[in-house]
Write a protein that binds this ligand. Structure first.
Ligand code: CP
Length: 307
């Protein structure tokens, strides 16, 4: 496919190939600050309609390390702030012939909509509560590096699953790679009929974390809870915040992940988040650049082939 919109776009061999490629980029990035010419002469546009620290900067770095010309459009200082629609913005930018468009938007489906309006490759960098496929890829890379495999592991994804595009993409990719997934969180923050995703659902951290190899915490997304149930952060931490005591239920050697940004003392205790013996959180950030280099490289090959 020309675009990368969903973690479900990847079958197991494609996902494994991307992880192998990303692994090679991890080694490359650690050895040198040189750039490659895989995307030489190509233009990458970052269109972040929602805030980002990790994803935007890692796509920018990934594009530059591969030799692309990178343009960052800031909606706050662009004509979006004057009321221009997503479609008009897309058609306008398309006239400048970008090869790769990376989009983050608050609306689920925005990346798919953009892909129907432009001639370049679209990469979904997070659309509403729908998907964040490159996050799932960097998470799988982090898990594979920590355990040597993803297949057969038990991953507990915990917290505000309802509003989490990270959870949806991770469930899809982890299943493709042969892991089993449990979702853990309060009923009010769990999608209706989440069991249909092929997961087990727990509302209690003790049972949800029991024997888990990976504990993936999610941010409480208060900005997506307009007028709905908003938990008290103190009470939330008591029942669903990850601390040593709750983590002790997981398997020996279990690893802790968080896509960031973290709400310390809300969904995760600093004592756990900052412990390099258990936390993969900084590895996840490093893997973000390599995983995105792999995705851009695979799309560049399709651009070359005219697919
Ligand atoms: N994990 C993630 O998407 O982080 P940012 O919002 O900082 O990009």
């Amino acid at each position: 496919k020309r675009h990368f919109l969903s973690a479900g776009d990847l079958n197991a061999p494609q996902a494994a190939d991307l992880l192998d490629l990303a692994e090679a980029f991890v080694a490359f990035n650690r050895q040198t600050s040189k750039t490659l010419d895989i995307l030489k002469g190509r233009t990458l546009m970052n269109l972040f309609f929602e805030n980002s620290t990790r994803t935007q900067s890692s796509f920018e770095l990934a594009g530059k390390r591969l030799g692309a010309d990178v343009v960052n459009m800031n909606p706050k200082t662009s004509s979006v702030a004057k009321g221009e629609t997503l479609i008009d913005t897309a058609v306008t930018l398309n006239a400048m012939r970008p090869d790769l468009l990376v989009i983050r938007h608050a609306s689920s489906g925005a990346a798919s909509l953009l892909s129907q309006k432009v001639s370049g490759s679209v990469i979904n960098a997070g659309d509403g509560q729908h998907e964040h496929p490159t996050q799932a890829l960097l998470d799988a890379l982090s898990i594979r590096r920590a355990f040597g495999r993803v297949s057969g592991l038990s991953v507990a994804i915990c917290g505000d699953v309802l509003h989490s595009r990270v959870a949806r993409s991770n469930v899809a990719l982890l299943h493709t790679l042969g892991a089993s997934v449990r979702l853990v969180g309060p009923p009010t923050l769990m999608p209706a009929q989440a069991e249909r995703w092929g997961v087990t659902v727990h509302h209690d951290m003790k049972s949800g974390l029991a024997g888990a190899d990976v504990v993936m915490m999610l941010r409480l997304q208060l900005e997506r809870m307009q007028g709905a149930f908003v938990p008290s952060t103190r009470e939330y931490f008591r029942f669903y915040g990850l601390d040593r005591e709750k983590l002790s239920r997981a398997a020996p050697g279990a690893k802790v992940m968080h896509p960031g940004p973290m709400n310390r003392g809300v969904e995760i205790d600093s004592d756990v988040a900052d412990d390099p013996a258990v936390s993969l959180i900084q590895d996840q950030v490093e893997m973000g650049v390599a995983a995105r280099m792999a995705v851009l490289t695979s799309l560049a090959a399709r651009l070359e082939a005219g697919q």
